[in-house]
Design a protein around this ligand. Sequence first.
Ligand code: PMP
Ligand code: GLU
Length: 399
Amino acid sequence: MALTISEKCRNIHPSVTLAIDARAKQLRAMGLDVIGFGAGEPDFDTPRYIKSAARDALDAGMTKYTPVAGTVELRTEIQQKLLRDNGLDYELADIIVSSGAKQCLFNALSAILDPGDEVLLPSPCWVSYPEMVRMAGGVPVMVKGDEANGFLVDADALRPHVTERTKALILNSPNNPSGSVCSRALLEGIAALAVEKQFYVISDEIYEKLIYDGEAHVSIASLGDEIRAQTIVVNGVSKSYAMTGWRIGYAAGPKAVIRAMTAFQSHSTSNPNSIAQHAAAVALTNGEKFMHDSLVEFDARRRLMHQLISEIPGLSAALPKGAFYMMLNISALIGKSLNGRAIRGSDDFAEMLLESQKVAVVPARAFGDDRYVRLSYATSRDKITLGLARIAEFVKELE
Ligand code: PMP
Ligand code: GLU
């Protein structure tokens, strides 16, 4: 038989966000002064109290396999967090811990999708959603939001895309890449549609703690017993506690789904890292001060970036309400050129900007809209100021 790569893997597009981040880090390691607006990770170090918890875990010999779905210690902390912050009361058996929220999402899709099942994806959406849906045998169905509506997609916009094959919807509020936040009313409409049409909701709440202007995060699962019974809530410690490298995420949902996710995980990665699990449990018990301080800093960065963009002719961005991303509207620059090379879309813009000004951004074609690039403001105010000055220079040089 031919030594080929499977059709499934041949069709996977590697993660653009991770690729851009890796490229920026590589150029920096080569001594180039690159400003990275690509990274989807806080630039802060993991707080000290969490690092010492990891040392304690090592010293206490927490170095063995744990239950596949995570330690009782960590699941208990997650249970309390979901009750405290989201008004959601789950049994420990309804909670699974995985190697990042990414694995939770993949497990959840694998647990519920049969070949050909459709998954609604309000877009712009995170690059990994459509690929994960395909990897799990499903069909992504993008439903496009518009900047004029804050990139939000409501039940009326979703309804025409619901078919006999619609098995799930992935919701992400606060949103990567747009920074939009769903209101309670919008979520109520979506919940009613999901209950009426009987599809699962996978609610990715990883940016829950990064929300500004006094907006409140609402978990769709908290809107009633019916919607809760068909929702899988996904969250994790990567973004809230500056723990991206530790790889701890979690999901809570209907018992049968969590059981299937656990069985699936038992044959792939088993339990997530035992030391990181203890550190995550400690992170969840005692993180308020760190989260408050980082939110204040992210808010200042958000405003600074927005202000600097508004001063560049030809560029604009809506002020996002959550996460740490901004959609930079480059549509007025499409068709312009630099040194004879034309900007045909967001890929060209991102490549040319990196080459000429050493600023890394993510082309939003990867998120489903080629008229934008995504900027992450999870970097220092100095770098934001410098990076935006370079972007202004880039724009000035275009003909
Ligand atoms: N969901 C969204 C929307 C994200 O941006 C990320 C970032 N990587 C994740 C999930 C996964 O986070 P992690 O696997 O680091 O927990
Ligand atoms: N979620 C982040 C981003 O969108 C991290 C990279 C990734 O996992 O995609 O940049």
